[in-house]
Design a protein around this ligand. Structure first.
Ligand code: FAD
Ligand code: NAP
Length: 314
């Protein structure tokens, strides 16, 4: 059976695409998601900027109902990783991690992005043993203890605020003296008593013992070293685009990409390959917001419906 639409990724973009394609009349739509649906926002302790969602709502809580809403209209979810998407003639091939190959007339890809490593000594060695990229997942291990947070964007500052509620003290280590984060968030951080700003400083090394991390050494712009004794180090230094599924056997991408590995799309989320749509954090100029990822998913779905209709009936 050839699917009308294959959706790769089950974050806000993929789930919204699933809702709109199935509700809009496409049959046989499968969403491939390698983990639990919901995407990276499920790692966020609090979401304040999704319209209509008010009060202290975590990303996990907000996303809980999205898959059920899609399933009601017939979206199927395959919990499998997609290794590669290819196209022969009018038909796409979905190369699954379990070795099977599915076929589809259209593909909406929304594989998002993944946390980047900061690149200091000890980061890989102690990853999962004191070094983490998820405060919601690991913050509780440091209840009443001191932790370090690295980064100066929205994620670092918001997660520092979250950790400050659980931990006795948060050292916020940032390589500059101004932040990338929203001004309101910066103000909240500056007004939080148990957050100490360690500015113009970069991590030099995370160290520890068999039990895990015991501290982090940071170097300031003057070259001075400072040891901060903490059992937990959280890094929030940005994300890399998950574009691997578009890489073909010869190393080329299936569609046109920009210089930082994002998919080039037009305002209808169309890529350079007919029938292939890209959505959410992985597409060029993405605002990297849940609301925009969901919007992309809806736009791509409406386009996919027209594309499949044209393919089958004209
Ligand atoms: P993602 O959410 O990244 O989802 C992609 C999905 O694809 C994932 O579930 C992944 O498992 C799956 N996937 C990837 N590769 C494959 C594959 N090969 N096969 C199968 N499945 C695959 N935005 C806001 O608007 N407000 C906030 O408050 C906010 N807070 C944030 C806090 C944190 C800690 C983080 C990390 C992000 C935050 N963001 C926030 C940004 C927001 O989460 C993203 O912009 C949004 O999730 C992007 O959605 P997406 O669907 O494009 O991708
Ligand atoms: P980001 O905005 O790219 O910020 C990354 C931070 O890490 C920057 O401050 C950067 O420093 C620093 N950094 C990068 N590499 C480093 C290294 N090797 N060592 C030390 N520091 C390093 O990433 P993000 O905060 O994850 O946000 C990603 C996107 O999601 C953004 O568009 C953001 O607005 C969005 N987001 C939105 C919300 C929200 O709306 N509430 C919440 C979270 C995320 P420099 O500043 O010096 O470059």
């Amino acid at each position: 059976m050839i699917l009308d639409c294959a959706i790769v990724g089950g974050g806000p973009a993929g789930l919204t695409a699933g809702l709109y394609t199935t509700r809009g009349g496409l049959e046989n739509v499968v969403m491939y998601e390698k983990g639990m649906p919901g995407g990276q926002i499920t790692q966020s302790s609090e979401i304040e900027n999704y319209p209509g969602v008010t009060g202290e709502v975590s990303g996990m809580e907000m996303m809980a109902s999205w898959p059920q809403q899609c399933q009601k209209f017939g979206l199927k979810h395959d919990m499998v990783e997609v290794k590669r998407v290819t196209k022969e003639g009018d038909i796409f091939q979905i190369h699954r991690g379990d070795g099977k190959v599915d076929e589809a007339r259209s593909v909406i890809i929304g594989t998002g992005s993944s946390p980047r490593r900061a690149g200091f000594k000890g980061e890989d060695e102690f990853f999962g043993k004191g070094v983490s990229t998820c405060a919601t997942c690991d913050g509780f291990f440091y209840k009443g203890k001191e932790v370090a947070v690295i980064g100066g964007g929205d994620t670092a500052l918001e997660e520092a605020l979250y950790l400050a509620k659980i931990c006795s003290k948060v050292y916020l280590i940032h390589r500059r003296d101004t932040f990338r984060s929203a001004p309101n968030t910066v103000k909240r951080v500056e007004n939080t008593e148990n957050i100490e700003l360690v500015l113009n400083s970069v991590p030099d090394e995370v160290y520890g013992d068999k039990m895990g991390v015991t501290g982090i050494r940071v170097k300031n712009s003057g070259g001075e070293m400072r040891d901060i004794e903490v059992p937990g180090v959280f890094t929030f230094v940005g994300n890399d685009v998950n574009n691997q599924t578009l890489i073909q056997e010869n190393g080329d991408f299936l569609c046109e990409m920009n210089e930082v590995g994002q998919v080039i799309v037009d305002l209808s989320m169309r890529t350079s390959v007919p029938g292939l749509f890209a959505t959410g954090d992985m597409r060029k100029d993405a605002p990297k917001q849940v609301v925009s990822a969901a919007g992309d998913g809806a736009v791509a779905a409406l386009q996919a419906i027209s594309y499949v209709d044209e393919l089958l009936n004209h």
